[in-house]
Ligand binder design. Sequence first.
Ligand SMILES: [Fe+2]
Length: 470
Amino acid sequence: MPAIRILIIDDSALFRKSIKKILGPLDPEIILASDGQEGLDLALREHFDIVISDIEMPKINGIKLCQRLKNNPATQSVPVVMVSLFDSDSDIDKGFQAGAAAYISKHEIKNSLLETVESILSKSRFNRDRLILVVDDSSIVRHIVENGLAKAGFKVITAEDGKKALALLDTYRPDLIISDITMPCMNGFDFCEAVQSDPDLAMIPFIVMSAKTDRSYMQRMIQSGASAYICKPYNIDELVILIEKILSDQFLLLLKEKERLESERNSMVASITSLITALEARDKYTKGHSEAVGRIVSGMLSMTGASRKEIETVTMGGRLHDIGKIGVRDKILLKPSSLTAEEYSHIKQHPLIGIKILESIPSFSEVLPMVLSHHERLDGKGYPHGLKGDQIPLWARMTAVADIYDALTSDRPYRGKMSHDNALQIIEDARCTQLCPDCVDLFLKWNAKDNTAPDPMPCPTAVQRAALVG
Ligand SMILES: [Fe+2]
């Protein structure tokens, strides 16, 4: 992570040194300026995460410097902390009016500067990652609100009515919406209801801003799902404080929800791992098969530049792909000889049984296609649904290759394990009929990287190979 860049502007060398020392624990990159003009030039030329400025300085004082930074679109979101020896109420007021984020008396900097700077930087980082949608038919209101929010560090997009705002929501996912009520095309009521009725958008906090102070209006909007109602004319700083409060509450809620889901997922993973262990304990021949398929399929996916989350998901899907075999009777699952048509039909139920086991658990929703479709074949002769080609989900096609490779290179009750090279030959033979050619290529690419040493077993004939794959 790059160092925090802090600009300290003070005409006193002693205070510059003192402030620099106080901020040492943040390990920042500090740039010093000895008067307002030098500080302003630096702040306009380079990026800083925060500016700390004295008020009384030659050339340009701290208040004017702050005004200049806040009136410049390139620097308006950089927080400015004012410091002064004199603690004049008038200077403090003027500093806040100019847009300063905090005022600290130089008598107090030892005690409170570090904590204040840390808190401002953390808020600034939080705001910088937040996108606000402002909807109002008045271009003046849009401009004032956009400008005020940008100064607080938020990213802002605007729309002039509900219909245009809904169109923007196809592309953008704001963290908060602020909307007027009376607008052409689609008013604020209808817009709020449209947002609330879309499950993907309903969680976005919605603030209504309106000149109407009628209580019934407010109640109607709150009933429609609005988080807050703010009456025009309002002070833009009040709006910023309200937004920061709502976003911070929302962030904590989302964090708690994420922790709850994480904990639910962890306990589910523990339960499923026990189920897989129980499943594999029934059959010494398939011991470790689920783990191996998870490892191979995640190795294959990692060759595609997939995200860490996707790789974790396919690993889990690979481990779970045969979970439905829990519902297959022992005498069929462990039968050392050929299966009858009825027995084969029973074993073919295991993808559907797997889905029934997992479908009620939301965190496993993404692995269901791997469980359901890993026995589908490209030519449509697979089961349970006889899907063809691209109808078979990609991760299921990848699982099919991993599944076959591990099955071929492991002992089974009805045959010994096959050599690595022979298994590769069988996989090649099944390309385009049973297996997806792209997934076979991906497997070969992964295999070349994670190569298993070949063993000296003889190569089976084409007929033997066909029998083994089928
Ligand atoms: Fe299976």
